[in-house]
Design a binder for this molecule. Sequence first.
Ligand SMILES: Nc1ncnc2c1ncn2[C@@H]1O[C@H](COP(=O)(O)OP(=O)(O)O)[C@@H](O)[C@H]1O
Ligand SMILES: O=C(OP(=O)(O)O)[C@H](O)COP(=O)(O)O
Length: 484
Amino acid sequence: MASAAAPTTSSLSLAARRAAAVGPAAASPLRRGGLAAGCQPARSLAFAAAADPRLATHVASRCRQAASSSSRGTRAVATMAKKSVGDLTAADLEGKRVFVRADLNVPLDDNQNITDDTRVRAAIPTIQYLIKNGAKVILSSHLGRPKGVTPKFSLAPLVPRLSELLGIQVTKAEDVIGPDVEKLVSELPNGSVLLLENVRFYKEEEKNDPEFAKKLASLADLYVNDAFGTAHRAHASTEGVTKFLKPSVAGFLLQKELDYLVGAVSSPKRPFAAIVGGSKVSSKIGVIESLLEKCDILLLGGGMIFTFYKAQGLSVGSSLVEEDKLELATSLLAKAKEKGVSLLLPSDVIIADKFAPDANSQVVPASAIPDGWMGLDIGPDSVASFSSTLETTQTVIWNGPMGVFEFDKFAVGTEAIAKKLADLSGKGVTTIIGGGDSVAAVEKVGVADVMSHISTGGGASLELLEGKELPGVIALDEAVTVAV
Ligand SMILES: Nc1ncnc2c1ncn2[C@@H]1O[C@H](COP(=O)(O)OP(=O)(O)O)[C@@H](O)[C@H]1O
Ligand SMILES: O=C(OP(=O)(O)O)[C@H](O)COP(=O)(O)O
């Protein structure tokens, strides 16, 4: 946009105002804490506003500050901000067929009962907004990784829960495309929902086949992507379809995820601590390197610490070690030093004589792991020092458990960190749980509700934290900015 005057984020303020009109339904059910008060990037501001109307006023004001404080910053708005479903009014939506891609990939038990409905609940605000504005919602998702049509991966078990949460009867199609689906779509009244069958029953979905994407698009007038958990996949229903449907906009859940995982992490309230755990350093290299650019404190736990210990010349017994990553571990330690990041490794560990829930265990200093024993959790001194370090922070992001938390005996460190973050969240610290096993740990402890943000995407959140762009986000329309 060529203008001598600095562009402002007027469109974001508009988004904020429109989001405010959405009402409480637009607030994500996952959101419990407040947004970081630190200077957020403008994209995050827009997303915060749309995802949570309570933030609208704050966001509009922050957007003005961002616009006036830095023309460089506002250029970033123009290139990064995505158009939001909250930008669409009843005039845009009434009677329109809206293709909504959600991530309803929920766990089912042997009787096809949903065992964790988090993703269903997280999808509701966007659908509710569309229904209330008179749209005809064509809802699409995958479930599992079926190879062709597989009855156990049908989306049928989602219908009762969706209907209950939305307060209307959701209709289900037996297919994804084709004449029967087209007929059902043509019969949809305003403010109704048609759930398509598992989009991965067509191999063309994962191949991002343009003809298949075109057929999906032909069902609708416009597109909303709210499938954060699948936004790192360039599939027909997440990326391909945007080439045939305009506008293509972000849903409220997608916005909220980006708000926290990009916004709060890029411009955090400081001190900003990252806790990274999990099994292997190799699967977290990207995220550690990226976080070292942003955080003040990095706490490491989980199986990866033994590669760091060994790189420092300590004996690690039969703990998990990636021999080919010893140099990398050394260079990450050096990078932390160079960046002035305070990197903490556990000072003690809980070791086991075998990898089993009933293994014999003992607590030893990190420097004294005997041969034949393996470290499966961080020890009590480490929990205490990690906790007191976390006390000093204002923003914490956590990805990966501190130990083998699936075994009760070695879940203590992970559970203690989960409780500490819950405690900090209650004191106003922004706490972000970045998907995957850390979410399972937080849920196991029963403190999920108090965290500022719990991501609904494991792989997607990891890619975002690594600084990667997600195809499902990139493909969406840019928010319009205007010069004043
Ligand atoms: N000390 C350890 N030794 C072996 N495995 C571990 C250890 N600590 C944690 N793990 C395992 O790491 C796994 C999670 O790793 P990862 O997939 O990288 O994390 P996330 O899913 O949070 O991204 C868990 O299954 C856990 O049992
Ligand atoms: O569950 C999902 O990802 P996650 O296990 O990384 O959170 C998403 O629904 C994506 O599924 P996929 O990894 O089969 O593409």
